[in-house]
Design a binder for this molecule. Structure first.
Ligand SMILES: O=C(O)CCC(=O)C(=O)O
Ligand SMILES: [Mn+2]
Length: 191
């Protein structure tokens, strides 16, 4: 499904992985990735990031956000296979992946664009979801138009072109109980 909105180039593919395969991948990723719970400095205060993360990629690529630098861990067998299938579908090379584990409804990611300088201009970001369904929200920074997408397990969301320039996205907290979800965002770090 193509999302048709001004300045957005977004594709959403449900069942990019079939439900049973998606379920096995969730369990393997939850167990095998080197999840870390980092601090973030916000408004002069040190807080825990409201999710667990892990950073994998080609040798020693680093990734900076807020006050921390993550050095990429070498690709696991699972991540390498997932990257190959996603790259193939997107016809785009990726050299790193940021993994997020949202433990429950209290975990979230705030409004942001994936517009770090090392991602270059008009980056292609490919995002796989496993585990519980969560709502992904997008907001146009000028018109304030909103798009909400329920990201189901096994789905692939691709953001390309000017999407990061004009739109922000977030994954909000919820009050109703939600099981864990894993998200993998494949990126290309330009050196
Ligand atoms: O969990 C998601 O679907 C989004 C994660 C995200 O936006 C990010 O890691 O930059
Ligand atoms: Mn993002």
């Amino acid at each position: 499904m193509k999302i048709l909105s001004p300045d957005a180039d977004i594709d959403y593919i449900e069942n990019f992985y079939a439900p049973d395969e998606a379920q096995i991948l969730f369990q393997q990723l939850e167990q095998k990735l080197a999840w870390r719970h980092d601090d973030i400095k916000m408004f002069g205060k040190v807080m825990k990031i409201p999710r667990l993360q892990a950073w994998y990629g080609d040798n020693n690529l680093s990734y900076r956000y807020s006050n921390i630098t993550l050095i990429a861990q070498p690709w696991t067998e699972n991540l390498r296979a997932l990257k190959a299938k996603v790259s193939d579908y997107c016809d785009h090379e990726f050299n790193a992946v940021l993994a997020n584990l949202y433990r429950n409804q209290h975990d979230s990611v705030g409004w942001h664009s994936d517009d770090e300088p090392e991602l270059g201009l008009r980056p292609t970001i490919a995002s796989l979801s496993f585990g519980a369904e969560r709502e992904f929200q997008l907001k146009h920074t000028i018109t304030k138009e909103k798009i909400n997408i329920a990201l189901t397990p096994g789905s692939l969301l691709i953001m390309r072109g000017n999407t990061q320039k004009y739109w922000q996205h977030c994954l909000p907290k919820r009050s109703k109980e939600i099981a864990p979800r894993i998200n993998l965002t494949f990126r290309k770090i330009c050196l």
